[in-house]
Design a protein around this ligand. Structure first.
Ligand code: PLP
Length: 456
């Protein structure tokens, strides 16, 4: 009988996360204080994050122990299965072997709890009572709401308006786990009021919602802020995905030739890819693709610059690929990929030629998601569809070349709460949008006088 999936026992779940910082081939540009232009120190970040997470953000240690209470909570849904997409392979008549790491099995339905749980845990240990955050598609907001319920923390979520309207069930998930969720821009913060003055009908963006959540956290007692992607400690927590996948592939004597993930802020992609990129740094031949929307082409068209992580310029300056902090992406249905920047670790590895970015249009991604659902059954999230579109491209290429490649993709989340997006696709209401270069140039003007990162 064909082996359809590889399962790790609970004992086999990794006990440490992998930190790529000490292995970065050309190092990293430090985050800068926007006022002084100097690297930020722990004290600058202390109003926003608990000190234990700040320490993790800059840790030089390659392996970091996963605390026992976090391991216990991971066991609610981890280790996650590694599936083999035989039905898709057959449908495509490809010689490629397609493996998918199914992160859709978590209670929130995506990879996001992998970092929500440790972030809630470290905040709890630090003494935080309440966390404010933003959410795009609602996946991160629901994951943190779930983690807040596990550790008894109050959670307030600023949800990008367009997604708030498109995805009412995500808000209800957050409410069910005990969190409060409001649309952003909101009248509750200075940042939100400023954006509403500029455009009362603003669809919102992750950049605006981050500004609101940071302002909320630093102005409310006993509160901290949490981010669901982009930062080093988030990439670190997500490496549980790649570490498990590596063990699972080892069990069946496999190793990937191609690794694929979708990238919004970069966390699910990095989570799968970083443990394999360690091997690539040490000489392994692997093609590693990070897939973004053509309407928000951060890595493929955005320069590597110092920029703010949020719209209202409250965060430190991060060295990353960016379309400009004021950029408001088109209201496409992959809400989790509508972010102007990219994780500094992922951005640096793109420069280092360890990662190849690819931009794909919305219609191709939905077609891929539907093909996946009609062959493999599980209905993917619109974000995940970007990775699946690339899988299909690679599988077709393998067929043309007559090569038996092994493809590993991160199946970052299910789309059961995103069916309205599928409905819009079926009704022909979705269209492709490639961001014109003039629009990017206009949005980058604001960065002209910012410090420039070192590109080795
Ligand atoms: C299912 C899913 N995949 C991918 C992403 C993109 O985020 P990241 O790039 O941090 O993995 C999101 C973000 O919300 C998501 O919900």
């Amino acid at each position: 009988m064909l082996q359809k999936k590889v399962i790790l026992t609970e004992d086999e779940m990794p006990r440490q996360w992998y930190n790529i910082l000490p292995d970065m081939p050309n190092g990293m540009n430090p985050p800068l204080h926007p006022g002084t232009g100097k690297p930020v120190g722990p004290d600058d970040l202390a109003p926003v994050f608990p000190m234990n997470l700040i320490e993790q953000e800059v840790s030089p240690q390659r392996w970091i122990d996963i605390p026992e209470p976090v391991l216990e909570k991971y066991l609610f849904y981890r280790p996650s299965p590694l599936g083999r997409a035989y039905a898709l392979e057959q449908f495509l008549q490809t010689p490629a072997k397609i493996y998918f790491k199914n992160e859709g099995v978590s209670p929130a339905g995506s990879h996001k709890p992998n970092t929500a749980i440790p972030q809630a845990y470290y905040n709890k240990v630090f003494g935080t009572k309440r966390i404010a955050t933003e959410t795009g598609a609602g996946q991160w907001g629901s994951a943190l709401s779930y983690a807040g319920a596990l550790f008894g923390l109050e959670i307030k979520v600023y949800m990008v308006r367009i997604s708030f309207d498109q995805k009412p069930y995500r808000r209800l998930m957050m409410n069910t786990w005990g969190a409060t969720c409001i649309p952003s821009p909101s009248p509750e913060t200075n940042a939100g009021r400023k954006m509403l003055e500029l455009d009362p009908n603003s669809p919102g963006s992750l950049g605006i919602a981050i500004s609101e959540a940071v302002e909320d956290a630093v102005t409310t007692p006993d509160s901290k802020y949490a981010l669901g992607s982009v930062l080093n400690h988030v990439m670190l927590h997500q490496t549980i995905i790649g570490l498990e996948a590596k063990k699972q592939m080892e069990k069946i004597g496999e190793y990937p030739d191609v690794i694929i993930g979708c990238a919004g802020g970069g966390s699910n992609f990095a989570g799968l890819a970083l443990p394999f990129i360690y091997d690539k740094i040490h000489g392994k031949q692997i093609a590693v693709y990070a897939v973004e929307p053509a309407s928000c082409p951060t890595m493929t068209k955005g320069p590597f610059v110092y920029d703010f992580g949020d719209t209202v310029q409250m965060t430190p300056l991060l060295a990353m690929h960016s379309l400009g902090h004021a950029f408001v992406p088109q209201p496409i249905h992959a809400g989790g990929l509508r972010y102007h920047g990219m994780a500094p670790i992922v951005s640096q590895l793109v420069l280092d030629k360890m990662i190849e970015p690819v931009a794909i249009n919305q219609l191709e991604t939905f077609a891929a998601g539907v093909t996946w659902a009609r062959t493999e059954g599980f209905i993917p999230a619109p974000e995940t569809n970007h990775a699946l579109a690339m899988v299909i491209r690679e599988a077709k290429k393998a067929k043309e070349e007559g090569k038996e490649k092994t493809i590993l993709v991160n199946w970052s989340g299910h789309g059961l709460v995103d069916l309205m997006a599928y409905n819009a696709y079926f009704e022909g209401k979705l269209s492709d949008y490639e961001l014109p270069d003039e629009e990017i140039q206009a949005s980058l003007v604001a960065l002209e006088n910012f410090p420039k990162p070192v590109c080795k």
